[in-house]
Design a protein around this ligand. Structure first.
Ligand code: NCD
Ligand code: ZN
Length: 347
C-alpha cells in the first residue's frame, strides 16, 4: 500500500468564498491546496453581470497571499433578467467560466434566482451555442415536496426537459446527493457532469439528526440516506470522467448555524483533500484519486491539467480536525468527518 502519492495539483469545482473579512480568512485554505476554483456567485448582492464578476475577482485577488498561485474562475448568477449578450461577452473575454442556476428560494442567497425556467431559455440558447457550462443547483422548491426528495423531483420535472430542449448544453449537476442523481448523470452523454462534495462522501443524514440536532452537518442539498452516500462514493471512486470534486465549502459564522433557524453550509476546505484521499484509500481506489481531484474537472471545463504537483502522505497517526477560524464577528467551525483520516497534504 503506498504511503506517498504525487498527483497533479487539484482544482475545486464548487466553492463559496464570500467577501470582505470572511473571504480574507477562508481564501488561504483554498489557495494553498488548489490551483483554481469555480467561485460561486451567491453573495448577499449576487454577481449577476460580467462587470460584477470582474470586480469580485479583483476583490478575491486582493486578499490572495503573495506566496500562493491561484486562479478564481468566475460564475454568473442567473436571473430572469440576465442579458444573453452580457453572457456571451463575458465568455468571449474569458472573464466568465460558467453560469449558475439557483431556483429561487432553494438555498443561501437564492432569492434573486429563477422562478420560471422558460424565462432563461434565451440565455441557455446562447450557452449551448458557445459551450459555456450551465451549473445547476438541482432542487425543486415546491412546499409540498419533501426536502429529501427535492433533488430526484428536480431531475424529472426540471432538468430532463431542459436537456431535451438543449441537448448540446454543457451541464454540471452541482453537489450531487442521491443515487437518482448518479444514475441520471450516468444515463446522459458526456456533456452532463456532476460535482460531489467531500462531506456527502462521508456523512449520511444520521450525522445531522442522531443523538441531538447537529447544525454543523446541515447543508443543502441536505445529506440523504446511507444508500445514496454509497452511490456517490461508487461514482467518485469509479474514475468516470463525469464526476469531479467540488467542495461546496460554504463558511457561515457558527452562531448563525447554531440557531433556531440555522443556515445551510459546511466549511470543509481545510481538510477536503485529506478526507477524500482517505475515502479513496478505504475503497482501495487510490489509483482513481487524481481523476476525481485533478483531471476530470479540468477536462470537462476544457482547461489544461495543472502542471504543478501535490504530494500526499499517509502517516500512522490520524490527523487532527482543523481548528475553527476566528473572525471579528465570531468563529467558523471546520468540518469534522467523524472518521479517522491518516492522509494529509505534505507538499
Ligand atoms: C451554500 C451557501 O451557504 O452558500 N450552502 C450549502 O449548504 N451548500 C449554498 C449552496 O451551495 O447551496
Ligand atoms: Zn454551494
Amino acid at each position: 500500500m503506498p504511503s506517498t502519492l504525487n498527483i497533479a495539483m487539484p482544482d475545486d469545482w464548487h466553492l463559496h468564498l464570500r467577501s470582505g473579512e470572511m473571504l480574507a480568512k477562508v481564501l488561504p485554505f483554498t489557495s494553498q491546496h488548489f490551483s483554481r476554483a469555480i467561485v460561486m456567485p451567491n453573495l448577499p448582492s449576487p454577481v449577476v453581470t460580467t462587470a460584477g464578476a470582474i470586480a469580485y475577482r479583483q476583490e478575491i485577488l486582493s486578499y490572495l497571499p503573495k506566496a500562493h498561485q491561484f486562479t478564481p474562475l468566475m460564475v454568473l448568477y442567473l436571473t430572469e433578467k440576465t442579458d444573453p449578450d452580457d453572457v456571451r461577452a463575458g465568455f468571449l473575454s474569458g472573464d466568465i467560466s460558467a453560469v449558475k442556476l439557483y431556483p429561487a428560494g432553494a438555498t443561501t442567497n437564492s432569492d434573486a434566482g429563477v422562478n420560471d425556467l422558460e424565462k432563461i431559455y434565451p440565455v441557455l440558447e446562447i450557452m449551448e451555442e458557445i459551450g459555456l457550462p450551465f451549473l445547476v443547483h438541482g432542487e425543486v422548491v415546491d412546499a409540498e415536496i419533501d426536502i429529501f426528495d427535492r433533488e430526484a423531483v428536480f431531475i424529472d420535472t426540471k432538468l430532463s426537459p431542459i436537456r431535451a430542449r438543449f441537448p448540446k448544453l454543457r451541464i454540471v449537476f452541482e453537489h450531487l446527493t442521491t443515487k437518482e442523481g448518479v444514475d441520471y448523470v450516468l444515463s446522459c452523454a458526456e456533456n452532463t457532469a456532476a460535482t460531489i462534495t467531500p462531506h456527502h462522501l462521508v456523512i449520511n443524514r444520521n450525522a445531522m439528526l442522531v443523538g441531538g440536532i447537529k447544525p454543523h452537518y446541515y447543508c443543502l442539498p441536505v445529506a440523504k440516506r446511507e444508500h445514496h452516500r454509497l452511490a456517490l462514493k461508487a461514482a467518485a471512486t469509479s474514475g468516470d470522467s463525469r464526476f469531479f470534486m467540488g467542495t461546496d465549502s460554504a463558511p457561515h459564522l457558527s452562531h448563525a448555524k447554531e440557531s433556531s433557524c440555522g443556515c445551510a453550509g459546511i466549511f470543509n476546505v481545510a481538510n477536503a483533500i485529506a478526507v477524500v484521499t482517505q475515502v479513496f484509500d478505504n475503497e482501495n481506489a487510490l489509483d482513481q484519486l487524481e481523476k476525481f481531484l485533478s483531471l476530470n474537472g479540468a477536462n470537462f471545463y476544457q482547461l489544461a491539467v495543472n502542471e504543478q504537483k501535490m504530494t500526499l502522505t499517509r502517516s500512522n497517526k490520524a490527523i487532527a480536525i482543523p481548528e475553527d477560524i476566528k473572525t471579528s464577528a465570531g468563529k467558523v467551525t471546520a468540518f469534522d468527518p467523524m472518521m479517522d483520516v491518516y492522509w494529509d497534504v505534505t507538499g
